[in-house]
Ligand binder design. Structure first.
Ligand code: PMP
Ligand code: GLN
Length: 383
């Protein structure tokens, strides 16, 4: 059953319980002024009719020029780039284009839930390769998951939900498997500019990967403007044209004024990235330190919006139960890990917390958690 996404469910619970929402990943700041001003200008300039399917040339050109450098090869703005309604549409379009009913797609678990459902919408089956408690890839496990029906592999670095940057060794191992079994790779890199430790490398830069990889990224995380829903897919012309063909019939094209605004903002990428990234690094420290003091065990997080912990002082049988206890008794909304697994019942006892919130909000949340713990509200006897 498809049902409601966990992000919608938990955001609704936050409203119902008047809780502090550390669940869904979105910043609670107005966004970089350079990008917002570009948006206002763009609306006034009259960019208000349909964009061409594939996106406005100004944005495709900007994306091509930045990613030519990032990927170390020439990217053609019209053939190798397509603009989508957020990274989400690019993910769905790639799965719909590349998978037939009966096919299998590999995801590394925990996996962002949109991959599982995009694969299923294509009539195919997601196959999870468990990253285990360290959130690191076991290359043998990946090899064993491949069957004659495997068509594609979905990679996500920096990783949601763990905040890990996939290492060069892991990317090399994935590349070797993809090449050996002639698989297509969808590489979701939406958090690529929000790296606090280590550095991001795209799997598309590995030998033999350029021809088989489509890289997906978006303005949502880069500019902290998740409501803009402007994303892009970059890769070899044949693969990208298949993504574009599907996207034409999903949405035809995304919001024209915002595409122009993102093109403008990308022109100031080097100025904007530190403004978005550096406060997040500080917020990460506030949340991680605070949770550790409360008895949770945070997993190291290098990038993105999230930190994973165990259930700490919350006494519960499942992560979902723990998340409900936290929402109802402590007024704190988190995301339980189950929906990130093909078989949710096999998920570990882990919660995801977002630090994409201002430090004052995080400190309020930590104080509220402390009060609930001190009053014994997180233990079962009070249930
Ligand atoms: N991929 C990952 C890993 C995400 O966390 C998200 C959530 N922003 C998306 C894709 C979706 O991005 P967009 O809002 O651009 O559709
Ligand atoms: N990517 C966001 C997250 O992981 C959620 C986006 C959504 O609600 N679909 O929290």
């Amino acid at each position: 059953m498809m049902g409601e996404t966990i992000f919608a469910t938990m955001s609704r619970l936050a409203t119902e319980h008047n809780a502090i929402n550390l669940g869904q990943g979105f910043p609670d700041t107005p966004g970089p002024a350079l990008a917002i001003e570009a948006g206002v200008r763009s609306l006034r300039a009259g960019h208000n009719q349909y964009a061409p399917a594939g996106g406005v040339p100004e944005l495709r050109t900007r994306v091509a020029s930045i990613w030519s450098q990032r990927l170390g090869r020439p990217i053609d703005p019209l053939r190798d780039v397509t603009i989508t309604v957020g990274a989400t549409e690019a993910i769905a379009a790639a799965c719909l284009a590349w998978l037939e009913p009966g096919d299998e797609a590999i995801v590394l678990e925990p996996a962002y839930d949109a991959y599982l459902w995009a694969v299923r919408m294509a009539g195919a089956t997601p196959v999870g390769v468990d990253l285990g408690s360290t959130m690191r890839l076991d290359a043998e496990r990946l090899e064993q998951a491949i069957t004659p029906r495997t068509r594609m592999l979905i990679v996500n670095s920096p990783h949601n939900p763990s905040g890990m940057v996939v290492s060069d060794e892991e990317l090399a191992a994935i590349s070797a498997v993809a090449t050996r079994h002639d698989l297509r790779v969808l590489s979701d890199e939406v958090y690529e500019f929000l790296v606090y430790e280590g550095s991001h490398r795209s799997i598309a830069t590995f030998d033999a990967m350029a021809d088989r990889t489509v890289v997906v990224s978006s303005a949502a995380k880069t500019f902290g403007l998740t409501g803009w829903k402007v994303g892009w897919a970059i890769g070899p012309a044949d693969l990208v044209s298949e993504v574009r063909s599907q996207a034409q019939y999903l949405t035809y094209a995304g919001a024209t004024p915002l595409q122009h605004a993102v093109a403008d903002a990308l022109g100031n990428l080097d100025l904007i990235v530190p403004l978005v990234r550096d406060p997040l690094a500080r917020q990460r420290d506030v949340l991680v330190d605070g949770l550790a003091k409360l008895g949770f065990t945070p997993l190291a997080t290098q990038a993105g919006y999230f930190v994973l912990t165990d259930l700490g002082p919350v006494e519960a049988e499942t992560a979902t139960e723990a998340a409900l206890i936290l929402a109802e008794r402590a007024g704190i909304v988190t995301i339980p890990i189950e929906p990130f697994y093909v078989e949710p019942e096999r998920a570990p006892l882990v919660l995801r917390w977002s630090f994409a919130r201002q430090a004052t909000t995080l400190r309020d949340a930590l104080a509220q958690l402390r009060r609930a713990a001190d009053r014994g509200l997180l233990a079962p006897k009070t249930r």
